[in-house]
Design a protein around this ligand. Structure first.
Ligand code: NG6
Ligand code: CA
Length: 527
């Protein structure tokens, strides 16, 4: 399937109306209908990526005390995947793979990016954005980037290049890193927005001087206390990772991030709703520091972590409203996913641990953010396209890394040689077509530094620790007290929580999966 540029030009051409034309049109209606079916305009695509959202965090995935009506509606009107994954259990590697379609462990320095990281995806790399742009789409990324800017480092007061615009996006409006890291400014296209040249922005990893207030020196003044790390420069009463000074007119308030990104997304969609578009909406919810807008504070019994889920749900609802208002809902494919599994205390004392109650952020799974157990990467995954996708639930294995190949297929673009090396075209499975299959295997990585891996293959899951004897889920939701062996094998249908290592009973399966994992890790690509 696919729609070429010519169709789109024909589709956009408006003919002057007259009665003679109407008569001819009626006479040839069957033919016209047939042609219209062939020349259906390519769908718009919105990929909404949540941050640190777990499998169990939404109503449609079983949460009882997180009101998520908009996401539940999205699920009810689309396909809800029970084996939808991101490719890593931290942000930067998942986002790298979402865009490039290549496993992050294949490229150096794709772990969590520091504030002054250079652009991690090199200009010229084929990405989901460049492929759709090639098919005639307008392309934008709005939200959290966390894939580095500039080369060899960001020029905060100058032109921030390379970045998204050099890998296929026409427009970007970004939080450059992640909001617990400095600086709290927006980057629009190639520049920091609202920067006053008389007050340059300085960003560094050493304190600029002994008088510079930090989360340590001014701890009593903070509006949210830190629990580990996150105790350097203070902005908006919250201390962060890293140091910065200046750029006062450019700084945002954490409470306003979601509103601003929705405003910007709506404006960008509305600017040219006739042309097909691809929007990558990268929410910061529910990453730390969790500072939802005042109107969402207290929305759940779970403190700011729960309230941030509600804010995220509001964002999804606003995007859906915009599509409805512009008459675009029917022909827009929305993919909703997360960048890694859940975490409770990720460096701030925001009540996530104390106010958890009976809520299970990772649903039935073990582990969470930073872990290669299922909770680290098995996350909410929804696809809605009313004109095309029949509502339902799918148990097929799909992953965010498959979006480049699948969306390229949707737009009728072929992948360049050597590009998107681990991205499978799963379009039929993503659209819920009868008999369509998902992946038969998927490698799950953590931040990429520890060298732990998971391999999901059918009903089986192999977990490989870099070193035997380490606890399985470092800093994770349910840090396991037991020491993990080098390899463990789990049978997911009977043991979704990966508690019973069945490798002794299944030596052949174990050998097969170890060999498969080794082969994927050693190969140039797995597509
Ligand atoms: C860790 C941070 C954590 C979070 C994570 C990145 C500390 C102690 N922990 O290093 O708070 O920022 O990096 O999260 O600093 S991610 O979702 O963007 O990958
Ligand atoms: Ca994340």
């Amino acid at each position: 399937m696919g729609w070429g540029g010519n169709f789109r030009i024909a589709w956009r051409t408006r003919l002057p109306f007259n009665p003679h034309m109407l008569r001819s049109l009626l006479r040839f209606l069957p033919l016209v209908a047939c042609a219209a079916a062939i020349a259906a305009p390519p769908p718009n695509v919105i990929v909404i990526m949540a941050d640190d959202l777990g499998y169990g965090d939404l109503g449609c995935y079983g949460a009882k005390t997180m009101p998520t009506p908009n996401l539940d509606r999205l699920a009810a009107e689309g396909l809800r995947f029970t084996s939808g994954y991101c490719s890593a259990s931290t942000c930067t590697p998942t986002r790298f793979s979402l865009l490039t379609g290549t496993y992050a462990f294949r490229q150096e320095r794709t772990g969590i990016a520091p504030p002054s990281a250079p652009a991690i995806i090199k200009p010229g790399t084929a990405t989901v954005a460049s492929l759709l742009k090639q098919a005639g789409y307008r392309t934008a990324v709005i939200g959290k980037w966390h894939l580095g800017l500039g080369d060899p480092e960001p020029d905060w007061n100058g032109v921030l290049k390379p970045g998204p615009l050099e890998i296929g996006f026409d427009h970007c409006f970004l939080l450059p890193t992640t909001n617990d890291r400095v600086p709290q400014v927006y980057v629009e296209d190639h520049r920091v927005l609202n920067l006053d040249a008389k007050d340059p922005l300085w960003v560094g990893n050493q304190s600029p001087g002994p008088d510079h207030p930090t989360g340590v020196s001014h701890r009593a003044t903070l509006k949210m206390d830190w629990s580990h790390g996150h105790n350097q420069t203070i902005h908006n009463g919250i201390s962060r990772i890293g140091f910065y000074t200046g750029g006062q007119t450019a700084r945002f308030r954490d409470e306003d991030l979601a509103d601003e990104w929705i405003r910007r997304s709506n404006a960008w969609i509305e600017a040219d709703p006739q042309k097909p578009f691809f929007l990558y909406f990268a929410s910061h919810d529910v990453h730390v520091p969790r500072i939802p807008h005042e109107r969402f504070q207290g929305a759940t019994p779970h403190g700011f972590r729960g309230d941030s889920v509600v804010q995220l749900d509001w964002c999804v609802g606003e995007l859906m409203k915009t599509l409805d208002r512009l008459g675009l809902s029917e022909n827009t494919m929305i993919v909703f996913c997360s960048d890694n599994g859940p975490v409770l205390d990720d460096g701030y004392k925001d009540g996530a641990v104390e106010k958890l109650g009976d809520h299970r952020p990772a649903g039935p799974f073990s582990g969470g953010k930073y872990s290669v157990l299922e909770g680290g990467t098995r996350t909410p995954f929804l696809v809605r396209w009313p004109g095309r996708v029949k509502p339902g639930v799918s148990d097929e294995v799909v992953c965010t890394i498959d979006l480049p190949a699948s969306l390229a297929a949707l737009a009728g673009v072929s992948l360049p040689e050597g590009a998107c090396r681990d991205s499978f075209n799963l379009l039929p499975a993503l659209l819920g077509e009868a008999g369509a299959m998902g992946r038969d295997h998927l490698v799950q990585q953590d931040n990429g530094v520890s060298g732990n891996f998971g391999l999901r293959a059918g009903e089986w899951k192999l977990v490989r620790q870099k070193k035997a004897g380490r606890t399985q889920a470092v800093v994770s939701l349910d840090k396991r007290p037991e020491k993990a062996p080098l390899h463990a094998l789990y049978h997911l249908p009977s043991d979704p929580a990966e508690r019973r290592d069945v490798s002794a009973e299944n030596p052949e399966k174990l050998r097969e999966l170890i060999a498969k994992l080794d082969a994927v890790l050693a190969a140039e690509g797995s597509r």
